[in-house]
Design a protein around this ligand. Structure first.
Ligand code: SF4
Length: 323
């Protein structure tokens, strides 16, 4: 049974260990129609598109993790339209592991009510499987970023996902020397957009939720020994994953992360979903810092479904010409 989730901070290992299929929900290529009756058109199209999927799809339940205001209020709308929903209070301010472990224990109780029981053994197995998947994706992206694969693995069983990445690794070839662009932003499930960068002659590196933010983790240094320590392991794993602007860190972790990624890139493109406030709030300061580093910077706004890619193509080609 599918349990839908939207954010890369969702502890999918726990959902999987309870016997459900964690299924990442994205806006699709279908026009947003039904959802428009419940959500304003100035909400981001990832939120509107996810609601459209929920209204049309066969999900058992949905799990949200606290992130931006729009997705938080989307939880209420999902409940209003009769969906089974649980909201995990992921701390906005990163640091209090004990609080989050307590929250994860409550999540276990909810999963039990939904008919899924989590044991230490099943959770340990899921932790290992997802780590294997993430490490293989890292290897694949070091050779050649493959956005079709990284999006697909978020909607299939983790064992099948590992097999798929293994297959891709067999034929992956390292990209040649081309100008490199860092794409930073929230989500982009539209594969055509990545093709446009390649067609313009760029090699790609990313900091987005449909790319490396799905698999870039810093793993805790201990091995789980019981259910409690397995939850602590997950809490730490997600606290210190690749950062996103909806979280507050005690230092400038998010900016440092993006600036470090940009070091070996010729250009940085902010690929931002229209009305995505957390990313737009960071944009002016990050842009200034990147320009001080000598990077060419461009902003491309997206709205799903992407109706025409030609405007985006023109922006990318213009950027390529000035490098
Ligand atoms: S941008 Fe942040 S809050 Fe939004 S989906 Fe990605 S990780 Fe979650």
């Amino acid at each position: 049974m599918k349990v839908g989730y939207l954010c890369t901070f969702t502890p999918k290992e726990i959902i999987h260990s309870a016997g459900f299929l964690p299924y990442r929900v994205f806006a699709t290529e279908s026009p947003i129609t039904l959802a428009s009756g419940y959500i304003q058109s100035y909400a981001c199209s990832q939120a509107r598109g996810a609601l459209e999927c929920a209204l049309n799809g066969d999900f058992y339940a949905f799990v949200f993790t606290r992130c931006c205001d729009t997705l938080m209020r989307l939880t209420d709308i999902f409940e209003f339209v009769g969906k089974r929903v649980h909201n995990i209070e992921f701390p906005t301010k990163i640091g209090n592991i004990d609080y989050y472990v307590k929250e994860l224990k409550e999540f276990l109780a909810v999963l039990k009510e939904w008919g899924g029981d989590v044991s230490f053994e099943s959770l340990l197995e899921s932790i290992k499987l997802y780590r294997e998947l993430e490490e293989k994706l890292k290897k694949l992206f070091t050779l050649a970023p493959d956005y079709e694969t990284v999006i697909k693995v978020q909607q299939i069983d983790v064992k099948d996902a590992i097999k798929l990445v293994d297959e891709k690794l067999k034929s992956a070839k390292k990209w040649g020397n081309k100008p490199k662009v860092l794409i930073t932003g929230s989500v982009c499930p539209y594969l055509k957009v990545y093709d446009l960068f390649r067609e313009a002659g760029f090699s790609i590196k990313d900091d987005i939720c449909t790319g490396s933010r799905f698999f870039e983790f810093n793993y805790p240094s201990f091995e789980p020994e019981d259910l409690d320590s397995a939850l602590r392991f997950i809490a730490e794993k997600y606290f210190y994953k690749s950062p996103c602007p909806t979280k507050h860190y005690s230092n400038d972790r998010r900016f440092d992360y993006v600036l470090k990624l940009a070091e070996d890139c010729d250009a940085v493109v902010f690929l931002l979903v229209k009305f995505c406030e957390p990313h737009f709030f960071d944009y002016p300061q990050l842009k200034e810092k990147l320009e001080q580093m000598g990077k060419k910077v461009a902003l491309i706004e997206l709205e799903f479904p992407v109706v025409s890619t030609e405007q985006i193509r023109t922006r990318i080609e213009a950027l390529r010409e000035v490098i």
